[in-house]
Design a protein around this ligand. Structure first.
Ligand SMILES: [Zn+2]
Length: 337
């Protein structure tokens, strides 16, 4: 019997885009005011072209409007928009005192309705008493992946009591995008959970795991987990890394190695985190003309795509995620309509 497989060519997809909000528009998001982060929030807001400050009552709407503008004028076919669950204790109780940033799953579901190019990445702490129910609800509502920040949210993924949750996640076919390595913007309450080694149990349960930032350091004094990432990528065929935020001076050593060994890497920006172009020129990876061209791209989503291309990463880095998402075939037929 001859089987006809229809091959669909997909465009680039960004696995790592943040929704943001100051909570003034409702209860589905919350943000701690940390004076130390103000200059960075200001720099980020300027880079993405926001015309208002973070404390503005219209911030939430303007942030999403601006993201939709960049998305529609980029070469991206889609971007995964991320929720962020509360920091919780090991029994699942909310620890607002330890939380800097919260974005509910429903806020993300509402936001993705604004564009067919936006896909929902939900966040569910596995210690929540309703974790499996919430996972099923979100999968049924169209979530394409689960996002967690183990070191920030206190998720010790290797706890055996989370096994049923990981098995359910694998059954539903949703990848886990997990923060690894240094974290700069929000406080980490569990520095021991920055290592990719804390993702072994979900991997063993058959979950496709994407280590955000390939476990590289964010600041020079962060612990270095990059070698561990490389070893785990050899050990687990279902283990990937994303290139989100990777462009700054502290990332160069890891980026050099990733350029040489670009297996199972996925494109991401970490929007609204700023993409730096100068360090790649400093390293001699791009010439002055290319640097100037990249600096002239005002669309932050597009700038990272073009930088990653200029650094010589293969095309599959931009599209391999399509094959890992649960609803890829349906999405393909929808976009072909
Ligand atoms: Zn991020």
């Amino acid at each position: 019997m001859v089987s006809h497989t229809m091959t669909t060519t997909h465009g680039p997809i960004d696995v790592h885009v943040h929704l943001s909000g100051n909570g003034k528009g409702g209860m589905d998001c919350w943000h701690r005011q940390r004076w130390i982060m103000k200059p960075f929030l200001w720099a980020g807001a300027r880079d993405i072209g926001l015309k208002c400050g973070f404390a503005d009552s219209g911030f939430d709407r303007m942030y999403l409007d601006q993201l939709l503008h960049w998305l529609s004028t980029s070469s991206l076919e889609a971007a995964v928009l991320l929720a962020e669950d509360w920091v919780r204790d090991d029994r699942g109780a909310v620890r607002k005192d330890l939380t800097d940033f919260f974005i509910s799953n429903d806020k993300v579901f509402t936001a993705v309705k604004r564009s067919a190019k936006l896909l929902a990445g939900v966040s569910i702490h596995p210690a929540r008493p309703d974790a499996v129910d919430e996972l099923e609800r979100c999968a049924a509502a169209g979530a394409v992946l689960l996002k967690l920040l183990p070191c920030v949210q206190n998720v010790d993924c290797n706890l055996s009591k989370y096994k049923p949750f990981w098995i359910k996640l694998a059954d539903l076919g949703l990848p886990l995008l997990a923060h690894t390595g240094g974290e700069f913007f929000v406080r980490s309450c569990r520095n021991d959970l920055k290592s990719p080694g804390c993702l072994r149990l979900p991997l063993e349960c058959g979950v496709t795991v994407i280590a955000a930032h390939c476990s590289t350091r964010a600041l020079p004094w962060d612990g270095d987990y990059f070698e561990e990432f490389l070893q785990m990528r050899k050990d687990f065929q279902n283990f990937y890394g994303d290139l989100a935020a990777l462009s700054h001076i502290t990332h160069l050593k890891s980026l050099e190695r990733l350029r040489e060994e670009p297996e199972r890497l996925l494109h991401g920006t970490d929007y609204p985190v700023v993409t730096a172009v100068f360090p790649s020129w400093l390293k001699g990876w791009i010439d002055r003309e290319t640097m100037q061209h990249l600096r002239g791209i005002h669309n932050p989503l597009e700038k990272k795509i073009q930088l990653t291309k200029a650094l010589g990463f293969p095309e599959r880095v931009f599209t391999d995620l399509w094959g890992l998402l649960p609803r890829a075939p349906q999405l393909a037929s929808l976009t072909n309509l």
